[in-house]
Design a protein around this ligand. Sequence first.
Ligand code: NAD
Ligand code: LMR
Length: 336
Amino acid sequence: MTKLAVLGASGGIGQPLSLLLKLSPQLTELSLYDIRLAKGVATDLSHINTNVKVQGYDKDELADALKDTDLVVIPAGIPRKPGMTRDDLFKINAGIIRTLAEGVASYAPNALVLVISNPVNSTVPIFKEVLSKRGVFNPRKLFGITTLDLVRARTFLNGFETSGSFQKFDEIHVIGGHSGNTIVPVLSTASKTYSKIAAKDRDALIHRVQFGGDEVVKAKDGAGSATLSMAYSAYIFIERLLKAINGSSDEVIEDTFIYLDNSILGASEVRRVFPKVDFISLPIKLGKRGVESIDTSILKKLDHNEEKLLNIAVKELNINIAKGVNFVKNSSKAKL
Ligand SMILES: NC(=O)c1ccc[n+]([C@@H]2O[C@H](COP(=O)([O-])OP(=O)(O)OC[C@H]3O[C@@H](n4cnc5c(N)ncnc54)[C@H](O)[C@@H]3O)[C@@H](O)[C@H]2O)c1
Ligand SMILES: O=C(O)C[C@H](O)C(=O)O
């Protein structure tokens, strides 16, 4: 029995993600929550003859929506319009995430939590701060979803859009954070494909992965950002995480944004390289408890350019993280 709640289930990401989750062979129950339309989306999906039971919940039913959930995935919040950065979403999304984190702390304190809402570099720290304040933070169970960056890197590197051919993926990762310069594609490990690309094309490829979100925002022309590719990315991450928590004997490693708690194997090694960073996306070994350990071997595999990009990323990341942490600290002070 595995129950998953989607918070923000009626949105551009929430709806296709809920559809994919309704097809999941590893879930038994799906709880759809939104401030609008969740019951409609749930009723629609409930007519599909798969084994996942679906229930919708209205604005004032967060407690019921979260009851007995094993996983909570959060795409609630506003998306970008052309000309905006992800950080511009902070003003509105920070408050939404804080409210939902309070809900999770009260009604699903043991659930695994997967945050999609932007700016991820700040919303995940907000979530952590709220759970910590409430005494229920478990560093093995909180994830920022950065899978879309990896999906883009795999697509652009292999020229899938133009060739349309499906090849076996090269061993690549995307580390750092989830916005512009904080996104660090590690493509040099894909030796066969990457070495064939000329240096100027490599720079263009890296830039395209870092700023791929802008392409979609521009093409949607004010109607939002990536939704379908994001739903796909969240779904593949969730399926991998479910496989790991269900005790798969295969090794499950995924790039995801986590808190570097000292109890996690590999965290102190990352902190030796980047003493100030508290959250970062790296290849994470997943297991029954959620985060098992950090695969730090990636840090030794970077080429000179990737090392340079990671140093730039970490500086910006630290600013984004501090913004999230201070938001919760300052709002707690304001309440005193
Ligand atoms: N992590 C990533 O890689 C990634 C990728 C794409 C988009 N995003 C982010 O995901 C978020 C959602 O994007 P979207 O395109 O689905 O937006 P959307 O506006 O289409 O949907 C957001 C949904 O959240 C709901 N919502 C708002 N406040 C809520 C609350 N307090 N509780 C529950 N639901 C609430 C809205 O009613 C809406 O249905 C944005 O912040 C976007 O930037 C992240
Ligand atoms: O670009 C955005 O604002 C949405 C998302 O973070 C993306 O990478 O597509």
